[in-house]
Design a protein around this ligand. Structure first.
Ligand code: NAP
Ligand code: F7E
Length: 320
């Protein structure tokens, strides 16, 4: 019989890649979708007829209990979140409700309906924030720098706590930034690749950005969802850092993306204080040694390959 998995956040970047992966592995895939006045299924429209979409919301526990009772998945991947760091300063309470308490709601629903369900929590390198060591691994202490980071620390520890309190098969993937042509336009990689493509196409002349010196460990989302799945296939639940081990600045990102369209970023990028954050995470670089050795995971696409892929996809979309 096919395994059945529930993905919260199926309409997001990672949800769409994970749904593709699980379908390829022969799963029945259920996607939790929150009610909206407009359709938000652009990223999964190509596989929509192979998915079962169910209605629910991480702020509504009864909806989660009912979905688990009706669908009886054996694996739950909790990818839903208010995931944009900048918005977490303007909507800190909502961010806490969804990104922090939402994790408790889904864990409790699992505990009530079927404690045998295996659970994946989408934790984040933003938990490391003002980093205590370089590079960061599973033992690096957390020092979050935004309401989003704080909420993710809560989500991480409640996952560990339910594993230890109720013996749930609950794992937490501490994923560093991962991007793709499906990345939301507000995140810096996609903002830059889309911006460079628009300028190349003559649709804009400048791109307004914030801190060009911030450094991130950027990987490819399709590589990272393989790690999520691998975590739930192990007999023992655990926590894993998933990262490329390389860091690059936003400035380098601009250089590579504008070069890919034959332009110089310095002619077009304008620093705008509106995009400077109240508190910044200056440097992230992950050490994924444990994932390499225990999960056999490695990434296939590097920073340059990723940026070129995203620029090409944006040029292509604009041409269409
Ligand atoms: P994303 O594209 O922003 O997707 C977020 C998803 O959460 C969307 O499907 C969204 O639905 C859903 N959602 C938001 N609020 C919800 C609610 N109240 N109830 C149910 N669903 C809700 O994020 P992503 O980049 O795919 O990231 C997936 C997860 O990994 C997130 O938890 C994120 O915080 C975490 N993470 C991401 C990265 C990264 O670099 N991408 C790194 C580490 C951790 P709508 O489509 O309706 O908005
Ligand atoms: O910013 C700087 C900004 O918004 C990256 C989420 O998926 O990854 C993501 O969070 C850096 C920051 O991602 C602009 O100040 C400069 O230092 O692309 P971002 P993020 O904040 O790292 C983590 C791992 C997650 O878990 C999150 O869910 O780029 N930056 N200028 C800018 N950032 C944006 N967005 N826009 C700018 O104009």
């Amino acid at each position: 019989m096919a395994k059945r998995a529930l993905i919260t956040g199926v309409t997001g970047q990672d949800g769409s890649y994970l749904a593709e992966l699980l379908l390829a592995e022969g799963y029945e895939v259920i996607g939790l979708v929150r009610r909206s006045s407009t359709l938000t299924i652009e990223r999964i429209s190509h596989i929509q007829d192979r998915l079962t979409l169910v209605s629910g919301d991480l702020v509504d526990e009864v909806s989660l209990i009912n979905v688990l009772r009706d669908c009886r998945p054996s694996e739950v991947y909790n990818l839903a979140a208010q995931s944009f760091v900048q918005t977490s300063w303007t909507q800190p309470v909502l961010t806490g409700e969804v990104t922090a308490l939402g994790v408790t709601r889904i864990l409790d629903a699992i505990r009530i309906v079927d404690p045998e369900i295996r659970f994946y929590q989408a934790s984040s390198s933003e938990m490391f924030g003002r980093v205590r060591t370089v590079p960061q691994d599973e033992h690096t202490p957390f020092y979050p720098r935004s309401p989003y980071g704080v909420a993710k620390v809560y989500g991480h520890w409640i996952t560990v706590n339910y594993r230890e309190s109720y013996n749930l098969h609950a794992s937490s993937g501490i994923l560093f930034n991962h991007e793709s042509p499906r990345r939301g336009l507000e995140f810096v990689t996609r903002k830059v690749t889309h911006g460079a493509a628009r300028i190349k196409a003559g649709l804009a002349t400048e791109l307004r950005l914030g801190n060009l010196d911030a450094q991130r460990d950027w990987g490819y989302a399709a590589d990272y969802v393989r790690a999520m799945w691998a975590m739930l296939q192990r007999d023992t639940p655990d926590d894993f850092v998933i990262a490329t081990g390389e860091t690059h600045s936003v400035r380098e990102l601009c250089e590579v993306a504008f070069r890919a369209v034959g332009l110089d970023y310095e002619d077009h990028v304008v620093v705008d204080p509106a995009f400077i954050r109240p508190a910044e995470v200056d440097l992230l670089v992950g050490d994924a040694t444990k994932a390499h050795s225990v999960l056999g995971w490695k990434c296939e696409v590097d920073f340059y390959g990723l940026v070129e892929m995203m620029v090409a996809a944006d040029l292509d979309a604009l041409a269409r």
